[in-house]
Design a protein around this ligand. Structure first.
Ligand code: URA
Length: 434
């Protein structure tokens, strides 16, 4: 086979055969295809797309490019939830202990944040002592004994995706449906889970900005997950506003703990209840989604989910006292306020902008080597729909570096849109694909 022929075929709108896709991914993994030819094919896929069969083959080839995880030592059905990435998205920290409190086994491999989106592993590492790199046997033992464990990626999962993603990042080919689907599902399917619930974000803070594109993405991911023998459901959820009020790392863990105490923001609590209910339902824990949602809310009300979160912290070397004493997270030495520019209503927020403001404060990284400032972040006191008067404090900024405040404040101010009339309310869960 010749790369030239594959590029020309896709450039002209042709359909790649399974053997050609496998050959391509093998070449990417082994490093035998030069970057310029890989990039050319990525651009051809970006413009001409791929049908479902091609996307499925690409996904399975990416999955098979590295190690497949073996969770067979876990007793019971394994479940996971995956978000396509958002701002203020701390749902894993809440959903995992909620479903685990019903005996659902969650052996979760999570990622770090990059760019404007946060990552679960960075958030967990803001808990003093918490280790996300525990040995695999401890990880699986924790899942068997307490029902849950969350660690960072240790194995060479889907190395082809790592190379493709790096090239997509610099060739403006990230936002291509078949490339996103195969990248996310290629990695997800390399983990050994039976039940997968996908949280597909849509809106200004998401990879997919429109509801139509997000639905197509979700449908393809569900189809491919099912073709791989998994029980899968996807919710399409709004990312036109950050989730909850906290954006950062320690600040998001604190908001998660508050939510597990039943005192969290309504949007975050509702989404966690919806995602948990989907997992419990697919797992066969309840008769209907409504019943499963009641069960999820009860796990919060009763404190069972909070207690399990504390057990997970202890089992991974962290200090569970953080549940009751937030000062243990440390305090940002610099705080600043952002005020409303006018009277009226907050009509919308450029969620990606809020993510970039948090990044500018030190809560994220621009390159994988950047060191995160755990206490940096943003607390949004007013969100979309809130009525404000000029000068009202709409957000608080936290950082260790006073020089970072001005840039973050500028980005945040530019991210907020005001109107005179109250904007229409939008539901958080926009669609469900199963
Ligand atoms: N997350 C991924 O892992 N891959 C993508 O292509 C987009 C989001």
């Amino acid at each position: 086979m010749r790369m030239f022929d594959l590029i020309r075929k896709k450039r002209d709108g042709g359909i790649l055969r399974p053997a050609e896709i496998r050959w391509f991914i093998e070449g990417v993994t082994k490093g035998t295809i030069p970057d310029y030819q890989v990039s050319a094919l990525l651009m051809a896929i970006y413009y001409k797309g791929m049908n479902l069969e091609e996307t499925k083959e690409l996904t399975f080839a990416i999955r098979d490019s590295g190690e497949r995880l073996d969770f067979s030592a876990v007793r019971g059905i394994r479940a996971d939830k995956h978000s396509t990435g958002g701002v203020g998205d701390k749902t894993s920290l809440i959903v995992v202990p909620v479903v685990a409190s019903f005996g659902v086994k969650v052996a979760k491999i999570s990622g770090r944040g990059l760019g404007h989106t946060g990552g679960t592993i960075d958030k967990l590492e803001s808990i003093p002592g918490f280790r996300t790199d525990i040995p695999e046997e401890d990880f699986l033992r924790n899942v068997n004994e307490i029902g849950l464990s969350i660690i960072g990626q240790t194995h060479e999962i889907a190395p082809a995706d790592k190379k493709l993603y790096a090239l997509r990042d610099v060739t403006a080919t990230i936002d291509s449906l078949p490339l996103i689907v195969s990248s996310i599902m290629g990695k997800k399917l390399a983990a050994d889970d039976d039940v997968i619930v996908l949280d597909v974000k849509t809106g200004s803070g998401a990879f997919m900005k429109t509801r139509r594109d997000s639905r197509k993405l979700a449908e393809a991911m569900v189809d491919i997950g099912k073709a791989a023998g998994k029980r899968v459901t996807a919710l399409i959820t709004d990312m036109d506003r950050p989730l909850g009020s906290a954006v950062g790392n320690a600040i998001e863990v604190i908001e998660s703990i508050e939510t597990l105490k039943g005192r969290g923001p309504k949007d975050l609590t509702d989404l966690c209840a919806a995602l948990s209910s989907e997992i419990l339902y697919l797992y066969g824990k309840g008769e209907s989604l409504e019943q499963c949602e009641d069960m999820a809310r009860d796990a919060i009300r009763s404190g069972r989910a909070l207690a399990l979160f504390g057990e997970m912290i202890r089992a991974q070397g962290g200090n569970p006292e953080v549940l009751w004493d937030y000062s243990l997270f440390g305090t940002a030495p610099v705080t600043a306020e952002v005020c409303a520019e006018t009277d009226g209503y907050i009509a919308g927020m450029d969620t990606e902008g809020i993510g970039r403001a948090s990044l500018a404060l030190g809560a994220g990284r621009n390159t994988l080597d950047d060191v995160i400032d755990n206490t940096a972040g943003i607390l949004l006191l007013k969100k979309t729909g809130a009525r404000v008067r000029r000068g009202d404090v709409i957000a608080k900024l936290f950082t260790s570096d006073p020089q970072k405040v001005d840039q973050a404040r500028d980005i945040l101010i530019r991210s907020v849109v005001y109107t005179e009339k109250a904007p229409r309310k939008k539901p958080l869960v926009l669609d469900r694909i199963s």
